[in-house]
Design a protein around this ligand. Structure first.
Ligand code: SF4
Length: 1367
């Protein structure tokens, strides 16, 4: 529907149609660019037959030069004996070159041209376009290790900071075209990987999967490109993305009368505009188009719009200010509460920064301070420029010296601000400037030592740059600095806005202007600055894009009064005027708002600046000896800050929503209405207390309220804050410094609550707390928010800092992270006699170990570090339990020991620890070795054979057990297995400082435990004897991270993820990235010398025995249900063996009552037991896809039908097939029903899907569990339905929804059958028009996920198990 609208709108307003297509000619780089902008108009413009040609600017020339220089420099670094330059080789000879190439060769600048047969056979159209000659920068010739074929690895060199989708497009196009060219060359093929060579790593290009992109390329060249070129109305919107496009001026002119007249217009906003049209109007789209057209007419003739609907659009908060701005020709203040700028700023600093694209470095800057009485030591204006004659030199010394000068000046300013505790902010116009300043400071850390000869001065420069970064740019990028740093004295207690204010963001958030596309500085100056009109045209030109750079190129930088200096001062003046005008408009708006409000309604008055500017206080850089530990400390800070920031953003959004819509709009806080006070009696202590009953106010239909109710936690941490449901209440919580109170339980300085229960079917929340300050009134509304609590980050940081002291330089944790392979091979001081080892190995059969379990047991005796890679259903916990019992019985029991043996056990969750301890106890009892060791649980009370104690009492307990054992007749040393969380182990260490540590530590679920948090438990390992076993599956969901962390070089360990991923290294101690999870034919997994995979798949239980019990009219199939396992062999290797391959679902279809909607064929096909993996494709009619939530509701309906049919016709097996412990209800919900066996698991990525499916299913009496993928990890069921029904996947959701780990967990829960419910839009994601095309390949996460989706899709098609369901 949206497409229809866009097509219509564009057709109506008319992009002036391109000339009748003749034969268009394209360069691959031109096409790649249009893909980057996702703009069909650009596609047309980039062909050379178009009359409008781009103009080469100074900037474009400089970028071109920079690219060429990088490419040439790269060529010089390559081995001359194996690299051949084909620059002068005629294109006609290139194919012959390829016929003769040998592995090991590198081909530089070999050019190609597609033959006519390509357009005839492949494109199937010879009349529309031709591709120009193309030249991949480098082609490395490799050899396929299995087939011994020659393989072409295609690389393009790009002088960029990171790989863009346009780079990937270019390389994938080369791969697609070369595959055609080499198809008839024997023994030669194109590699499944391609590469982009960046200046950040001169040794290795960044590699990515091109094979997954080939279908997209084929679709693009055979269908999309032709369709666009033949279309009279290509799609385009002139908006923010056009900033860097060559054709921006042209499109700005042509945007008149199109939706692009509204600045920063997006497809989402168009969608919003569409929703404003009354539903009963048949011709609504036409009228909307007219309305938008009229908006542009307003600009010229000021006429009043004619249409009724325009009145509606006008009233929309989204469009009304722009309409007003166009009609009144003045800036209009929108009225959003802002966190970009705070109130109470007393000092303003303005920065102008000019970048020279030739070197990608700053060539000129100015800093200006306002609002300060300056002493002689600090001027109020600092400035500097590189002599423009340096721009042509490859020598960059002049740039580095200028950067050092800038950094010193900035440092001095901050120093002064700290001295006077200034309330300041720094202003500049665009986000590009902010990024450029940060890059300049970061670069200085590595380039200053190369170019600044005076060592003392150089150290000072580096130190200043670091301090500036820490005080102004705290973020994930700093983790990549070669010399790591962390804020040692972070003022986490403050609630403040950023000091760095991007003026464009400020205007975009709150000022509506009659400017199409986006806010260019020159336009803003015209609208916002009164004095601008009086200056000369020359000055106005300097405000244009690259204006200052163009002036710098012209020379004349030295004189104080040079053109450049005057222009930079003029820029600063304009910034100041913009800010002044902004404040004036904000004040005017607030005054108007106050006049409109009654005195008694002040509680809902608008607050534009909810944050107050805090006095500046210097943050120093922490100093410890280890780079790795420093990064981990900084990582913990960043996670803490990000999780708090998330809460704060939600609160600010509520302030905005209440300001605009009152309580009629949805809120992030849970909206409650006070009902009554009641008495609550604590069962444990029989103490009466006062509680409040609050009715939940339903705010929406799509389940958001239920999601909020489900997420409530009952504890005694005062985790919730209750405030009045009005602006005053939300302002109170916005200014609450959560971080200051994050580890406190008392004196919290705000009204905090505990959730006691949720009653009346989820409609009433019972809260306990000190209600008095709120003076609760029956029927009055309140908002409940979560408080940010965190008792653990400080503990982790303290341990890491302690390890970072030079005297602890060789801690076990540091050694492990640095070189796990080396640590693993260290001799253990208390090693075992050879004969004991040999006997013990023979006795593994007593414990019925499988072959792979035996291999791991033997390896664990050889190495200090053993990583047990346990795929889904591989019996990882069972193996660990067998191993512990075997080790104690036959290794420790055979040694003459006098010292107690302590085996520590931990995991990410308490549930996993309890599970492992219970398994150990059960094997101990089965093997009859109860007397051999004690099991101790720290934390939860466990089974009969276990001792429960608190962490601080463990030392006394072990001492007492040991002395009892030694005094017994056998006088044997004690063995104990102790299970506790990492936090329990931190307490053990603290209370037992003289302790030598555990002899062995087992970390289960290690793929979910953060590296930083694992330090607490690895710190408890005996330094000379301790062994570490970690077990998990790094291909399932890892730890939940609040930030997206930068990709580090392979020589760096993966610090910002799980301990398992971090310790898995190749023999060369290189990190192992998760990409390439799909095994190439004939290749087996190799995750380094310390990792061994469990090869058994125990998930499928045998049901063969019960088959004879069924009568003949039962429609069931006996199948070898090896299928699921076969599918997973593609990921876990060919030797992943199904131990119970015969399991299948069984149905008695005589019990089936045909549903009224007549879907019996589809339902039977979906549940068909012949297929262990079925894909249900929901096919939506084009006309019904625009309804809100259509995919969620449809999916819920389909899933409900499948589940009900299964439950109706299912035939019971002779024993439970679903031994899962999860119950349907959260413990907070009051329920008396015991949990029944779960027969179906429904897995969803989003909570909204979960809620819709639960609603559609109704009461299934606990036989069906519906939950998110994260919650389902580690569980299993006979039938699993994985729900991935999406019509569109926006860019921001790609990484989440395409995360291959998420898909892997969802589909690997099944014991008998997995049903995937999805859409064609997902299955054809890169080629589907509604979706994000090349964005899929932008990150490793989404590219890997797409690879997994392809595997599933291809498998289902091959097995003919795809069921189409028309909606
Ligand atoms: S300026 Fe924008 S709309 Fe115009 S061609 Fe470029 S990307 Fe497309």
């Amino acid at each position: 529907m949206y497409l229809e609208f866009v097509e219509y709108t564009i057709a109506f307003f008319g992009f002036k149609s391109l000339p009748e297509p003749t034969l268009r000619r394209f360069t691959i780089s031109g096409l790649a660019k249009s893909g980057y902008y996702n703009c069909e108009k650009l596609l047309g413009l980039s062909s050379e037959s178009t009359s409008t040609q781009s103009v080469n600017t100074n900037t474009e020339e400089a970028n071109f030069k920079r690219g060429n220089e990088f490419e040439e420099a790269l060529l010089n670094t390559l081995d001359k004996s194996t690299t051949t330059d084909y620059t002068d080789t005629p294109t006609a000879q290139s194919k012959h070159v390829l016929q003769t190439v040998k592995p090991g060769q590198t081909l530089y600048q070999l050019s190609f041209e597609m033959p006519d047969s390509f357009y005839e056979d492949e494109i199937m159209n010879t009349n529309v376009y031709r591709l120009r000659r193309f030249i991949p920068d480098f082609i490395q010739v490799k050899e396929d290790p299995i087939t011994k074929e020659r393989v072409l690895f295609i690389i393009d060199a790009k002088a960029s900071k990171s790989v863009h989708s346009s780079h990937q497009f270019q390389v994938a196009t080369y791969a697609y075209l070369l595959s055609y060219i080499v198809q008839d060359i024997r023994n030669l093929k194109v590699d499944y990987l391609g590469g982009v060579w960046l200046p950040s790593d001169w040794k290795e290009p960044v590699a990515f999967r091109v094979d997954l992109m080939i279908p997209k390329m084929k679709h693009f060249y055979t269908t999309e490109l032709i369709a666009t070129l033949q279309s009279k109305d290509p799609e385009w919107i002139y908006n923010a993305k056009c900033k860097t496009c060559t054709y921006a001026s042209l499109c700005e002119r042509e945007s008149v009368g199109t939706p692009g007249e509204i600045p920063y217009m997006t497809p989402h906003m168009i969608e919003a505009a569409k929703s404003l049209i009354p539903e009963n109007k048949n011709d609504s789209l036409e009228e909307l188009a007219d309305n938008l057209k009229n908006m542009s007419i307003q600009k010229s003739n000021k006429s009043i719009p004619r249409f009724d609907d325009w009145q509606r659009i006008k009233k929309s908060p989204l469009f009304e200010p722009f309409y007003k701005s166009y009609s009144e020709k003045k800036p209009i203040f929108i009225g959003n509460p802002s966190t970009i700028i705070s109130s109470g700023i007393e000092q303003e600093i303005y920065i102008v920064f000019v970048i020279d694209p030739t070197h990608g470095r700053m060539c000129s800057y100015s800093i200006k301070f306002n609002g300060l009485d300056f002493e002689n030591t600090l001027k109020d204006y600092c400035t500097g420029s590189v002599d423009p004659s340096a721009k042509n030199k490859s020598d960059i010394e002049a740039y580095v010296i200028l950067a050092a000068n800038f950094s010193t000046n900035l440092f001095n300013v901050l120093l002064k601000m700290d001295q006077i505790k200034a309330k300041f902010s720094i202003f500049f116009y665009g986000n590009e400037t902010k990024v450029a300043i940060q890059d300049c400071l970061c670069d200085l850390l590595s380039s200053a030592p190369k170019f600044i000869k005076n060592t003392k001065y150089c150290e000072e420069i580096v130190s200043n740059a670091k301090e500036c970064l820490l005080n102004l740019f705290v973020g994930v990028n700093l983790l990549k600095l070669p010399d790591a740093l962390f804020p040692d004295d972070t003022h986490l207690d403050r609630v403040s806005s950023n000091r760095m204010v991007v003026l464009e963001d400020l205007l975009r958030e709150n000022i509506a202007l009659g400017i199409p596309g986006f806010y260019k500085l020159e336009d803003i100056a015209e609208w916002m600055c009164e004095d601008t009109k009086s200056v000369s045209k020359h000055f106005l030109q300097s405000l244009e894009k690259d204006g200052l750079y163009n002036t710098w190129v012209l020379g004349e930088t030295k004189p104080k009064n040079s053109s450049l200096e005057r222009e930079k001062r003029y820029h600063i003046q304009v910034y100041g005027e913009i800010l002044e005008k902004y404040r004036y408009l904000a004040q005017e708006y607030q005054q108007q708002q106050h006049q409109h409000q009654h005195q008694q309604d002040r509680t809902s008055s608008v607050c534009i600046f909810p944050l107050v500017c805090e006095p500046f206080s210097w943050t120093r850089s922490g100093a410890i000896y280890s780079n790795r530990l420093t990064r981990l400390i900084f990582f913990k800070y960043l996670e803490l800050l990000a999780s708090y920031e998330k809460l704060r953003t939600e609160r600010l959004a509520d302030l905005c929503s209440i300001a605009k819509k009152g309580l009629s709009g949805p809120t992030n806080g849970l909206l409650l209405e006070f009902v009554e006070y009641a008495q609550s009696i604590s069962e444990a202590r029989q103490v009466k207390s006062l509680v409040g009953h609050f009715r939940v106010v339903e705010q929406d239909l799509d389940g958001a309220t239920k999601i909020k109710i489900d997420s409530l936690k009952s504890n005694t941490f005062q985790e919730y804050i209750l405030v009045s449901a009005n602006s005053q209440g939300i302002l109170e919580i916005i200014s609450y410094p959560d971080l200051m109170y994050r580890a406190k339980l008392r004196n919290l300085n705000i009204t905090t609550m505990n959730v006691k229960a949720i009653i009346e079917n989820g409609n009433v929340v019972v809260l306990s707390g000190y209600f008095k300050p709120l003076n609760l009134v029956k029927g009055t509304r309140y908002l409940l928010y979560r408080r940010h609590i965190d008792f653990n980050t400080d503990k982790v940081i303290a341990v890491l800092k302690d390890m970072g002291k030079s005297e602890n330089a060789d801690s076990v944790f540091s050694q492990l992270v640095e070189d796990p392979n080396g640590w693993s091979k260290q001799p253990v001081r208390r090693d075992l006699p050879v004969d004991i080892k040999a006997t013990a190995l023979r006795l593994r059969d007593d414990f019925a170990m499988s072959p792979s379990q035996k291999i791991i047991s033997a390896s664990t005796l050889q190495n200090r570090l053993q990583i047990v890679w346990g795929p889904p259903g591989s019996g990882k916990t069972e193996f660990l339990a067998l191993f512990v019992n075997w080790y104690i019985a036959h290794i420790f029991g055979s040694c003459p020991e006098t010292r107690p043996l302590v085996i520590g056990v931990t995991a990410f969750t308490r549930h996993a620890i309890s599970n492992l301890l219970s398994r150990i106890a059960s094997v101990q009892s089965r093997q009859g070795i109860l007397a051999k060791f004690q099991i101790v649980s720290l934390g939860t009370v466990m089974g009969e054979n276990m001792i429960h104690t608190k962490a601080d009492r463990l030392p006394a307990l072990i001492r007492s057990l040991h002395s009892k054992n030694m005094m017994a007749a056998t006088a044997t040393a004690t063995a104990v297995v102790v299970g506790g969380t990492v936090w329990d182990w931190a307490k053990v260490k603290k209370n037992w400082p003289e302790w030598a540590g555990c002899d062995m530590m087992i970390i289960d679920e290690s793929s979910q435990l953060l590296v930083s948090d694992s330090a607490l438990v690895i710190n408890c390992l005996n330094e000379s004897n301790g062994r570490l076993i970690i077990a998990g599956d790094h291909m399932q969901l890892g730890p939940i991270l609040q930030n997206e962390y930068p990709q580090m070089a392979l020589s760096e360990p993966c610090l910002f993820g799980s301990i398992q991923q971090c310790l898995m290294r190749t023999v060369d101690n290189q990190a192992i990235p998760t990409q390439n999870f799909r095994l190439q034919k004939g290749v087996s997994n190799d995750f380094g010398p310390n990792t061994i995979q469990l090869k058994d798949n125990w998930r499928m239980a045998s049901i063969l025995l019960c088959f004879s019990l069924f009568c003949f009219d039962l429609l069931y199939s006996f199948i070898k249900n090896e299928e699921l396992n076969e599918f997973f062999k593609q990921i876990y290797g060919n030797d992943f063996t199904a131990r119970y391959p015969e399991l299948t679902l069984r149905h008695d279809w005589s019990k089936f009552i045909t549903p009224t909607i007549g879907r019996s064929q589809e339902l039977k096909a979906i549940l068909d037991p012949k297929h262990a993996l079925t894909m249900t494709r929901l096919l939506f009619n084009h006309t019904n896809t625009s309804a809100a939530n259509i995919e969620i509701e449809t999916e819920a309906e389909v899933v409900a039908q499948i589940v009900k049919t299964h439950l109706m016709t299912r035939v019971e097996a002779s024993r439970s097939q679903t031994p899962i412990s999860k119950t349907k209800h959260s413990p907070l919900h009051v329920t008396t029903t015991p949990a029944p066996a779960v027969l179906v698991m429904v897995v969803t990525p989003h909570h909204r899907q979960r809620v819709a499916i639960q609603r559609a299913l109704g009461d299934t009496q606990g036989t069906v569990v519906v939950d998110t993928v994260e919650k389902m990890q580690g569980q299993e069921c006979e039938l699993v339905i994985a729900c991935f029904t999406y019509l569109t996947i926006t860019k921001s959701k790609l990484d989440f929804l395409l995360d291959f780990k998420r898909w892997n967990v969802a589909v690997s829960r099944a014991r008998c059958k997995i049903i995937i419910v999805t859409t064609d839009n997902v299955l054809q994601l890169p080629t589907h028009k509604d979706n994000s095309g090349l964005d899929v390949f932008k990150s490793h996460t989404s590219a890997e996920g797409w690879g997994f989706v392809c595997l599933l899709r291809d498998w289902a098609e091959k097995e003919e198990s795809v069921v189409r369901w028309h909606v």
